[in-house]
Design a protein around this ligand. Structure first.
Ligand code: PBG
Length: 343
């Protein structure tokens, strides 16, 4: 097998380096593999909805359902069994609970808080990540508070930070282990840290959505939350311009200075260069969010038979590790974990 045929001998190039030698067999490829993906790298985002024994499919995200709290507890059990370290929550909010101030965000009985309490009680070993941003709760669909002057709609920064602090405290009281501000207001990480510490929540971590871009890839998520139709205008005055990269480093630096324990880059695959720069520059725990639109693209192409969905999923996840990410928030988490455990 290792000996070339006579014909091969005749054509043989006199090469010093044959990189293919190290790829000749699976055992050899395993030996030189630079990165590994394990279940430890996964954070699984779940959508919540009111009701009992209720699962409603998210149309643009095949395989993803909105879950009532009891169903979320069952999925939490699945996460534990699959060795997924942490799950994250995003609520679909009934339209009648939305208002201009996002008041439901501070309701200690809101969906996210109920899910936190129920899952913390059943599976205390599972990490719970909650999203700090008002968009699931506001009638205008923005992550912060707004002021409208006729056609001119402004997202207010400092007023929003005060609201986000209240929201984060509400989540910490319900048992959140990690609060994750995804709102992109200036100064919110410092304000949240101070408020958490003042209430004795010194061990609650902050995972800052530090470099979050104004992206078209959030479409299916906004559908899942019911915030799409509601959104007035766009989020470009607070989320970042996809053309920028140096600015991402400044955003990350500010969040780290203000006390972020971990930082995130979002979306994922189109922004691998940002993950690499952030990791190289700061060396902090760095996460990528493989967002809804990325999930939907892979699922849609796979459903058409245009790509192999499982392979594309695993390839996309190892790409995050290669780029320097310590972990990935991904809707593929349970499916990827199943594959990893079967290996
Ligand atoms: C908003 C938020 C968004 C996502 C997570 N938190 C959407 C947005 O900024 O409009 C997107 C996640 C996804 O697309 O999977 N606070």
């Amino acid at each position: 097998m290792n000996k070339p045929s006579r014909i091969a001998e005749a054509h043989r190039l006199d090469l010093t380096h044959r990189p293919r030698r190290n790829r000749k067999a699976e055992w050899a490829r395993r030996l030189i593999r630079e990165r590994v993906l394990t279940t430890d790298d996964l954070i699984w985002p779940l959508f919540l909805i009111e009701g009992e024994k209720t699962r409603t499919p998210v149309a643009a995200m095949p395989g993803v359902d909105r879950l009532s709290v009891d169903e979320a507890v069952r999925e939490a059990e699945r996460a534990v069994k699959l060795d997924i370290p942490a799950i994250a929550f995003f609520p679909y909010t009934e339209p009648h609970l939305k208002d201009e101030h996002g008041s439901e965000a501070y309701n200690e009985g809101n969906l996210v808080c109920r899910a936190c309490r129920a899952i913390k009680k059943a599976f205390p070993q599972l990490g719970l990540v909650t999203d700090v941003a008002l968009d699931p709760y506001t009638s205008h669909g923005h992550d912060g508070l707004v002021r409208e002057h006729g056609d001119d709609l402004r997202i207010l920064n400092d007023e929003s930070v005060a609201a986000l602090v209240r929201q984060a405290l509400n989540q910490a009281r319900a048992g959140a282990d990690v609060v994750a501000p995804s709102d992109m207001m200036d100064g919110r990480v410092g304000a949240i840290r101070e408020a958490l510490d003042a209430e004795g929540f010194v061990d609650v971590q902050i995972l800052a959505y530090a470099a979050k871009y104004a992206s078209a890839f959030y479409g299916p998520f906004r559908d899942a939350l019911g915030s799409k139709g509601a959104l007035k205008g766009d989020k470009r005055t607070y989320q970042m311009d996809p053309a920028n990269s140096d600015e991402a480093l400044r955003e990350v630096e500010l969040d780290l200075d203000e006390g972020a324990d971990m930082v995130m880059v979002k979306p994922g695959l189109p922004y691998l260069d940002i993950i690499r720069r952030v990791k190289d520059e700061f060396g902090f725990p760095t996460f990528a969010y493989q967002v809804s639109g990325e999930y939907s693209m892979i699922m849609a192409a796979a459903a058409n038979g245009w790509i192999d969905g499982d392979k594309a999923m695993m390839e996309s996840l190892i790409a995050f590790k290669r780029a320097g990410a310590d972990g990935v928030l991904t809707y593929f988490a349970p499916r990827a974990a199943e594959k990893l455990k079967a290996r």
